[in-house]
Design a binder for this molecule. Structure first.
Ligand code: PLP
Length: 403
């Protein structure tokens, strides 16, 4: 693969060898071949997208335990749909006005330490984020960053949901936040975009009582990059569908599938909603269905062994270089896959970490290694998106700078 010309070479665009893991900016993950094949077959004929969403909903419901599911154009898009559902509910007028929320409740309460760049997706629907708590946990005094009473205290008549970013270190615990939110009759939206594997997490947050949970379809599930999963209560999936599906319909013959929503309950046909600009095609929905099916059947142990053996190659080849130390970081907690952490001692090595990582990126093909730890003088190699051949190539290129 390293020497074979790719479509990107043909287009005159530098390809990337990905030793960094599933990062959207360098293409996310590679779609599973089964999903690519399914997408190509999906491209051969037409289908009513609402019918296809019903089929996706069945599968999402089966694997997550949620009442229903929906496919959006990414986890971030699903966050926008979730916020839109929480704000507009069944109100066609509100749906047509979003993101303008004048005169209607629009606040999403979030623990402050859960705030992150992706919450712009909530705000895109018109939500205003009210964050509570602070960073006390990081003072090392034993104090909590967010107390449950602070969440309760922030919930008012203007609150439409509590937002929760799920990571293994997230506090307060989701169960406790759900309890407080439900006591105040507001739903909890969980951003769990990157929290699978483990596969069991597909149902963990629904089990904990979350009303809406989003996952990325284009990370470890390895569906199309432009897919995300929204799993949750029927009432919210219904509202999300009403605000996402194309609504330029002829009312007299419009018969949307009742599994999504019942036309009889509506005052009329909704306008194109806030979700219309987040559309997904039939190919993406079919690709996501195929990928999700493979993901739940995949043998995680075999995959882990493959990943470990790739890292063994790297560890062996880099360990004897002057000024270089390597350390294996196990997967499963903060990270999906195990990684090799490579530390470079600028005093004794031929160049420092930033020069090395920068130079690798300028090569053709570009090589991307994990850059979260640059300031500490290290970088990481993640085996998830590498083939064996690419692993050897990456090792060889790194060695070439450090020998
Ligand atoms: C990746 C990620 C997203 C966005 O997912 P997309 O599928 O790329 O839209 C949102 N939240 C978190 C925490 C993520 O890691």
């Amino acid at each position: 693969m390293v020497n074979k010309a790719t479509i990107y070479d043909e287009l005159g665009v530098s390809r990337v060898i990905n030793a960094a893991g599933t990062k959207t900016r360098i293409g996310g993950s590679l779609i599973r071949p089964e999903a690519v094949e399914a997408m190509s077959r999906a491209a051969e004929s037409f289908v009513r997208l609402s019918d296809l969403q019903v089929r996706a909903s069945e599968l999402i419901s089966e694997v997550t335990g949620a009442e229903a599911g929906y496919v959006g154009s990414g986890a971030a898009a699903c966050m926008t749909l979730a916020a839109a559902a929480a704000i507009a509910g069944n109100d066609l007028g509100a749906m047509s006005r979003l993101p303008n929320t004048e005169g209607i409740p629009d606040e999403i309460v979030m623990p402050r330490t859960h705030r992150n760049g992706y919450d712009h997706a909530f705000r895109a629907a018109g939500a205003r984020i009210v964050d509570v708590g602070n960073n006390d946990n990081y003072l090392g005094t034993g104090a909590n960053s967010t107390e449950l009473w602070e969440i309760a205290n922030a919930i008012t008549e203007d609150t439409v949901a509590v937002g929760y970013m799920q990571k293994v270190y997230s506090t307060p615990l989701l169960e406790e936040v759900v309890e407080i939110a439900h006591e105040h009759d507001v739903p909890v939206i969980v951003d769990a975009a990157a929290e699978v594997p483990p596969r069991e997490n597909l149902s963990t947050f629904i089990d904990a009582g979350a009303d809406m949970v989003v996952f990325s379809g284009g990370k470890a599930i390895r569906g199309p990059q432009t897919t995300g999963i929204l799993a949750g209560k029927h009432e919210y999936i219904r509202s999300a569908a009403l605000q996402h599906l194309d609504m330029h319909v002829a009312e007299s013959v419009w018969e949307p599938p009742t599994e999504l929503f019942d036309k009889a309950d509506l005052d009329g046909v909704p306008r194109q909603g806030i979700g219309r600009s987040l559309k997904v095609g039939k190919e993406e929905i079919v690709g996501l269905i195929a990928a999700l099916q493979s993901f739940i059947e995949e043998d995680q142990d075999t995959l882990n062994k493959e990943w470990e053996s790739r890292l063994d190659i790297i560890d062996n080849e880099l360990a004897n270089l002057v000024g270089v130390t390597t350390r294996r970081e196990p997967g499963g907690k903060l990270m999906v896959a195990p990684e090799t952490y490579v530390e470079i001692d600028p005093e004794t090595a031929t160049l420092d970490t930033i020069e090395l990582v920068g130079s690798l990126r300028k090569e053709n093909p570009r090589i991307f290694v994990g850059s979260d730890d640059l300031l500490e003088g290290g970088f990481t190699i993640n085996p998830m998106c590498l083939t064996d051949e690419e692993t050897e190539y990456v090792t060889k290129r790194i060695r070439s700078y450090l020998e």
